[in-house]
Design a protein around this ligand. Structure first.
Ligand code: C5P
Length: 361
């Protein structure tokens, strides 16, 4: 790495902090496996008021295009409750925050046509985790989304042009969404936030109208589940169903969920969630982690209006009447020691903004 004299660049030492939120799927129907290993799905995402915070600090300035783009990652640190579950050693290639930073830096490099001597930031990355790891709530995807908007701000934000960056066109939100889809199926939603209908792998989004605020208690099983394993188990279960060895119960279309959240009436949403299969990944998640059955039952016993596995699990989302009710249900589960740590949270009204910059100093 070639670092130039730091005194030349007032950008060195600047920090940008961005946030993005986790999600719950109010509807998730899964179709067949595709050739690329992904499944077609139709889902209704709603952002949760649980936040991932990514801070990028310009540790150094690199003159010219680095031989390895990974040389632009100075350090990587994770803080927050689940921090120890995130590997921070040498092999960072799979980490979604790192991949989010690199995707925007690579896009910048690839669009520098005709710029004779570009400079690049060497970035220290700090991720503060508010969404559980491997919980089916898109915490890693939120890291990627926050990292992407923060990197764009470093490259193209205030002062960047005076100090050696901003030499290629600033990627707009649509461009970031395309880059995001390359990182993972949930990353585009974490960029966009709010409430959306997802198609394709879940990465093709249409905003969905919603009213009101919904209150949830979330039981966060500390053991985690691999999303890939849950999809693979679904395929096995469907093969068994095709052989007549088990019933083939599938979620219908997303229309009922969309209608329910348009009412703003928690009882209408609860009746929908309780009355039908709304998440095709729930049965395979339970099959891989049978304790989930107990958590779902405990949520109902504690008075939740409806309980479902969030995405690929193992987080169980329990719909509650209001904030106090969500605190009560979370407390009841925590005190019984069922389903791991339980916390109250909200969706919808406070979660409309997607990934965004919260500080640039
Ligand atoms: O995109 P993401 O990395 O979150 O997906 C993790 C894994 O989950 C994929 O490698 C794939 O096995 C599975 N998956 C799937 N169909 C989707 C989304 C994810 O099969 N639509």
């Amino acid at each position: 790495m070639t670092a130039v004299d730091s005194a030349e660049f007032s950008l060195q030492g600047q920090s940008v902090t961005a946030t993005a939120q986790g999600k719950v799927n109010l509807h998730l129907s899964v179709g067949d496996a595709r050739d690329d290993g992904y499944h077609e799905l139709v889902t209704v995402f709603q952002a949760l008021d649980l936040t991932e915070t990514v801070t990028l600090t310009v540790a150094d300035i690199h003159e010219g295009v680095p031989a390895e783009m990974a040389d632009l990652i100075g350090s990587f640190t994770v803080t927050g409750r689940d921090a120890t579950k995130v590997p921070t050693g040498d092999d960072l290639a799979d980490n979604l925050a790192v991949r989010g930073v690199l995707s925007v830096l690579e896009h910048y490099r690839d669009n520098l046509a005709g710029v004779p001597s570009a400079t690049f930031p060497v970035l220290d990355i700090v991720v503060d985790k508010g969404v559980p790891v491997a919980g089916g709530m898109a915490g890693g995807s939120a890291d990627a989304a926050a990292a992407m908007v923060a990197t764009r701000e470093i490259l193209h934000g205030t002062g960047a042009v005076d100090t050696g960056f901003d030499r290629a066109p600033r990627p707009d939100d649509d461009t970031l969404a395309i880059l995001a889809a390359g990182l993972g199926a949930d990353v585009p939603f974490c960029l966009a936030g709010g409430t959306a209908l997802g198609h394709g792998r879940g990465d093709v989004l249409v905003p969905v109208l919603t009213r009101g605020t919904y209150h949830w208690a979330l039981a966060m099983d500390p053991r985690g589940l691999s999303t890939a394993d849950v999809f693979a188990r679904l395929d096995e279960q469907r093969s068994a169903a095709a052989r007549g060895e088990r019933p083939d119960q599938r979620a219908g279309g997303p229309e009922d969920a969309q209608r329910a959240i348009l009412t703003g009436d928690v009882d209408v949403l609860a009746a929908h969630l309780d009355g039908a299969v709304v998440n095709d990944l729930q049965a395979p998640a339970i099959s891989l982690s049978p304790d989930l059955r107990r958590t779902l039952a405990a949520g109902k016993d504690a008075g939740a209006l409806a309980c479902l596995v969030s995405g690929s699990g193992p987080t169980v989302a329990m719909l509650c009447r209001d904030r106090d009710h969500a605190v009560d249900v979370a407390t009841a589960l925590s005190s019984e020691g069922v389903g791991g740590r339980a916390v109250p949270t909200t969706t919808a009204a406070s979660c409309r903004h997607g990934a965004r910059i919260v500080s640039h100093v």
